[in-house]
Each structure stands twice: as C-alpha cells, then as structure tokens.
Design a protein around this ligand. Structure first.
Ligand code: BES
Ligand code: ZN
Length: 614
C-alpha cells in the first residue's frame, strides 16, 4: 500500500509504515514520536522475519530478526530501538557484516542501534539475545501458573517491544511479519498472528505469520501449558487445562460481541478472534494483541459479569489496531475510542442498563482519580516528552476520552455519529492518526457548523467539561436508596439486595461514607460474605474498604490476594490504602517484599513508586 507525500520539496513514496511520524530532527511537517530513536521518514521497516529460541532455564530469548525496509533517503542509516539487548551481529542479504554502533540513550528509551547500509541493501539481519530482566518478558515458575509448567509471555505496549526485539519501536511504523519460534516440545506456543503449526522438519519450531501490517507494540507471544476450546468457527479460548472449561463458558458470547462490532463499526479485518487467559501475574486486565487478546484470569467470575473487558479488547481491533495512535500523546485515540465502543458493544449484547452502569463506573473512576493527577496528565493530549508513556495510563485517556465521544454523539444523534465512526475507521485503516487529524476530520465531516462543543477545552483543558455526557442508571438509584436506608439504621440483612448484579455491588461498596464503625464493616461482611467473594472486582473493592476501616479479619484474604494477583489496577489502590497508616505501611512493605519478585516489571515500577518512602 504505497502513498505519495511531499516532504521538504521531494516527492517520496511512503510505505504502510511511516505515516508521517518521525523524529524531531526530521522535516517539521512530520509528527514527532519522542519515544523512539527511529527515523522512519528516512528508512522505514515494512516486514520482519523473526527466528528465535526460548530458553526457559536461562530466561533468555536468542536468535535473529531480519528487517526489510524501504529507503526514502539513500544516504541515511537504519536506526533501530533496542533496550537492554545484546547485539551479536548485523549482516546484509549477502551474509556479510554491516557496520553498526550503539548510541547509548537512557533507561526509558533505551539505545539507538545505527546500521550503515550498502547502497543496494533492502534488508538486514540482526543476531541478538535478551537479558533475564527484559521488561517485556515475564518468565514464570510452574507454581505461578495454573499448571505444572513454566510460562513466558510478552507485553509490548507501550515501548517495551525493544526489550525483546530490535526494531523501529514506534506506533507510527507498521510492518507485517513471519516468525519461527523454537520452544520445548511439551509447551504450546501462541502468537498474535496466524498459527501455521510446527515446522515439518523440526517439531519444536512453531511457525506464524501476520499478513496485516501492525505497529511494533502489538507483536506478542506466549508459551506454556495451554489448551484450546472452540467457541465458534472464528472464536476460541486458550487457557491452562485446569481452567479451560470455565473460561470457555465465561466467554461463550465472544462471537455475538464480534458480530455486534461488525454491525456497528464495519468489517473485522483480522481473520480469527481468540482469547488467551494468562497466569494471574499478568499486570493488566487485557491487552489487545491482534487476533489474540491476552487477558487476566481475574475476569473469570463464573457469571459473565466481567466480560466487558473482552468487549474492550475486541473493540481495539478497530480503535487501536486498525487505526493506531500516532504517538503516545495520542493514546486517548486508542483508549477513549475503545471505551466508547466497548460500551456500545455491551449495550448491543447485554442491554442498555448494563452499559449505563459500566459507563457510570468509568466516570466515577475518573472523578476519583483526577485530583491526584498533575495538570499535564489531566489533558487528553498531554506532553509526554521525557516521561514513560505508561504514566498516562489513567482514567483521562480512557474515560474522559469516551465521555468526549458520548458528548458528541448526544449532540449530533446516534445515526450521524455511527456513520461518522464507520467513515473514520474506513478512511484510516491500517494507518496511524494524530489528535489533530482526528479534530480536523471531525470538523470536516461531523461538526461542520462549529457547534457548542468546545473541542479545545476537551483536548487541552485540565478538568471535565461541564457538558460531559453522564447517563443515569435506575439500577444504581436503587442501590443508593438501600445504602441510605442502611446508614439510617436499617439492618444489612433487611436491605433489598436480592438480584443485585456485580456492578450494583461495586457501586454500593464504592460509595460508602468516609467514616464507618467497625461493627458496621463486620455487619456487612457477616451478612454478605464479602471477604469470601469469588468475584475479583468485588473482592478488590471490599478489601480496600477493609484496609481503610481497619477490618483486620480480612487480613489473610488480603495477603493471599496480593501474593497471587499481579493486576496493577487492583494492587495499586490496595497498597496505597495500606500505606496511609504507619502500621499498614509496615505490613504493606512486608508483603510487598515477598510479592514483588512475582509481579511483572510494569507492576513493580508502579508499586515501587506507590510505596517509596514518603
Ligand atoms: N491497551 C490496554 C493496556 C495497556 C495500555 C497496556 C497501556 C500497556 C500500556 C488495554 O486495552 C486496556 O485498556 N486494558 C484495561 C482494560 C479495560 C477494560 C479498561 C486494563 O488492563 O485494565
Ligand atoms: Zn484498551
């Protein structure tokens, strides 16, 4: 897919990768990605052949990556991002070495691998190895899995792919790939790609192919004891054998969700859609790796109450994977859109009330989190120069972003907004987009009259605009009424909680008064058996209340949870709450010292911050 573009007076043909995203030094007509050393406007990678082996003993990946590229400036070197990799060799297609040097950067961005190309070069092969501490990789011991085998998975977003593959690690660059992965014969290997099966010549080598051009942060792999359960001809679940049945039952609506998406947003462009249930150490709820969403096992509640997460990752097949944020400052284009789409899927598959409750929970998270954030991180389009893009994984890109889209929808009406969305996806498929591009597309195709929505305030402002669309929910009003009754002295066992769904319990727990007597907390626990809840969201919200109000009877459940689960969204509020008192802080540090080695590097980084000496 070649397009033409004028750059500094020269007519250049641009590959599917470099959609105008480049470094500060390049022509000012390019958007800058401050989180990559690559200069795709000069040389742009379009395909990768990955040939690697997984060494579970040494916690090491070793092999080669062959990168094919298009050259827009024949004088320029190929510059790759690498972070903590051992570079062993760089050769051309002729097998002879090419000169290279590693320009050292910083811990955040890593180094620039600069390769001097021969005139005829259109590909190079880099021989490399990872270090045991590579941040994208989590190597798990058998006892950290639901089975008896070790496990490895990768997490690329935002700028971690460069810790396991040397490449142009920028969301503005897209490439296709082929992969050969050598792994122990008894373990399954999966990738976010087409599975081509074992190499006929060596069954330990598994083959994969990704025919759609994707940004580097979506390259993903996992290896461990896994089994597959089909849900429909194009959907299924990979999970440890012990939880495979439960997972298949929990996510049996996947295909319905996929069909709802196609009706709403246009064709699904990726072939299959499968889900991979990872060990509990996974730092996120889910990660939208194309064709194969990676997910935490904590969403298996037994009653489908937490499947919105699958709707979310599935929606990224449009917002994020098909149309990608050009830089990490445009992250809300990925996440805000996806939260909006997720709510639309939930409405289509599970009804309006369910969608309204989930939207309101998001808005409440935003209201709670906003005061803790710096001014810059309250903006939808923040300046992230010199910062880890991960710092911007807050409710702002997610829920403020989604609120902007709901507010526009409410202003123009659903039919107009839906056709606008379909147009946006169709016109930007397999490309990256900036916030400025979105705004001008919006003004051109939808808000042609100007209208009442102050887009600049939404994007650059540091609060939630007063016109932000907030749904109302009868189901939550019923909860509020019961809570008032309880506060007024009605016994918990006499409250009308029969038939409450998970979201109502969350609303109930998240709206407790600041002061509670210990007898009140005990009453709640005795009546509703909350400490033994098997729903991870309810349990996390409850444990936080227990910490806040000194309900020590939940201590052992809390400790168990902190040692088992690595999902940052649950851990961070719990440790933060514990650290508020000297006693609690001591307990938090003692548990953390044991739990930390089991957490992913991303979770470790956040919690080190949360628990650092005041
Ligand atoms: N893409 C994100 C996860 C992510 C963001 C990883 C930034 C690394 C850097 C994923 O789609 C996501 O948003 N996950 C959420 C779940 C969702 C339902 C809000 C999560 O993990 O909590
Ligand atoms: Zn997301």
């Amino acid at each position: 897919m070649l397009r033409e573009m004028m750059v500094t007076g020269m007519l250049l043909s641009l590959c599917h990768g470099c959609v105008g995203v480049d470094q500060p030094q390049a022509s000012t007509s390019y958007t800058m990605d401050h989180h990559s050393h690559a200069k795709p406007a000069q040389v742009c990678v379009v395909h990768m052949d990955l040939d690697i082996g997984l060494d579970f003993k040494a916690h090491k990946i070793e092999g080669t990556v062959t990168l094919s590229f298009e050259r827009h400036d024949v004088q320029a070197p190929l510059i790759l991002d690498v972070n903590g990799l051992e570079i062993n060799s760089v050769t051309g297609a002729d097998g002879r070495p090419r000169p290279f040097d590693l320009e050292s950067g910083n811990d955040l961005l890593g180094d620039a691998l600069r390769i001097k190309l021969d005139d005829q070069d259109s590909q190079v092969t880099v021989g490399y190895a990872t270090r045991p501490e590579a941040a994208a990789l989590q190597w798990l011991e058998p006892e950290q899995t639901a089975g008896n085998s070790p496990f490895l998975y990768t997490q690329g977003q935002a700028i971690l792919t460069r810790t396991w593959i040397p490449l142009q690690d920028s969301p503005g660059v897209r490439m296709t790939f082929d992969a050969r992965i050598r792994a122990p014969a008894e373990l399954e290997v999966v990738m976010a790609a087409e599975q081509l099966g074992p190499d006929p010549e060596d069954s330990r080598v598994r083959l994969f192919r990704m025919p759609q051009a994707i940004p580097s942060y979506l390259v993903a792999l996992a290896c461990g004891e896994l089994t597959f359960r089909e849900i429909s001809p194009r959907c299924g679940v990979w999970a440890a054998p012990t939880i495979a049945e439960a997972a298949a039952a929990e996510f049996e609506d996947m295909d319905d969700m996929l069909r709802a998406c196609e009706t709403l947003f246009g064709p699904y462009r990726w072939g299959r859609y499968d889900l991979l249930i990872l060990p509990a150490a996974f730092p996120f709820g889910g990660m939208e790796n194309p064709r194969l969403t990676f997910a935490t096992p904590t969403i298996i509640a037994g009653d489908k109450s937490l499947v919105a997460l699958v709707a979310h990752e599935l929606a990224h097949s449009w917002s994020g994977n098909l149309v990608t944020n050009a830089t990490w400052s445009d992250f809300w284009l990925n996440e805000g859109f996806t939260v909006y789409l997720e709510q639309r899927i939930m409405e289509a598959v599970f009804g309006e009330e369910r969608a309204r409750m989930e939207t309101l929970i998001g808005m409440q998270t935003l209201d709670e989190e906003l005061p803790r954030l710096s001014k810059e991180l309250r903006k939808l389009h923040p300046d992230l120069r010199g910062r880890d893009p991960d710092d911007n994984m807050t409710a702002v890109p997610y829920d403020k972003g989604a609120a902007l889209l709901r507010t526009i929808e409410a202003a123009v009406g659903r039919p107009a907004f839906d056709s606008f969305l379909q147009g946006w996806f169709a016109d930007h498929s397999f490309r990256s987009a900036t916030t400025a591009e979105f705004l001008s597309y919006l003004r051109k195709h939808l808000l042609t009259e100007g209208g009442e929505i102050d887009l600049v305030e939404w994007i650059e402002g540091t609060s939630i605009p007063a016109d932000a669309h907030r749904p109302s929910s009868q189901a939550f009003e019923a909860v509020d009424a019961q809570q008032s009754a309880w506060r007024a002295g009605i016994a918990a066992r006499d409250l009308e909680t029969h038939g409450w769904v998970t979201h109502q319990w969350l609303h109930f727990l998240n709206h407790m008064p600041d002061k509670l007597e210990s007898s009140q907390i005990e009453e709640l626990d005795q009546t509703f058996d909350l400490t033994r809840s098997r729903n991870s969201e309810i349990l996390a919200a409850w444990l936080r209340l227990c910490v806040r109000h000194g309900h020590r009877a939940a201590d052992s459940r809390l400790e168990e949870f902190l040692l088992e689960v690595g999902r940052r969204k649950f851990l961070e509020p719990l440790y933060r709450e514990m650290a508020k008192t000297p006693d609690g802080r001591e307990r938090a540090l003692s548990i953390y010292s044991r739990a930390r080695p089991r957490y992913h590097a991303i979770t470790q980084r956040s919690l080190d911050q949360t628990l650092k000496s005041p």
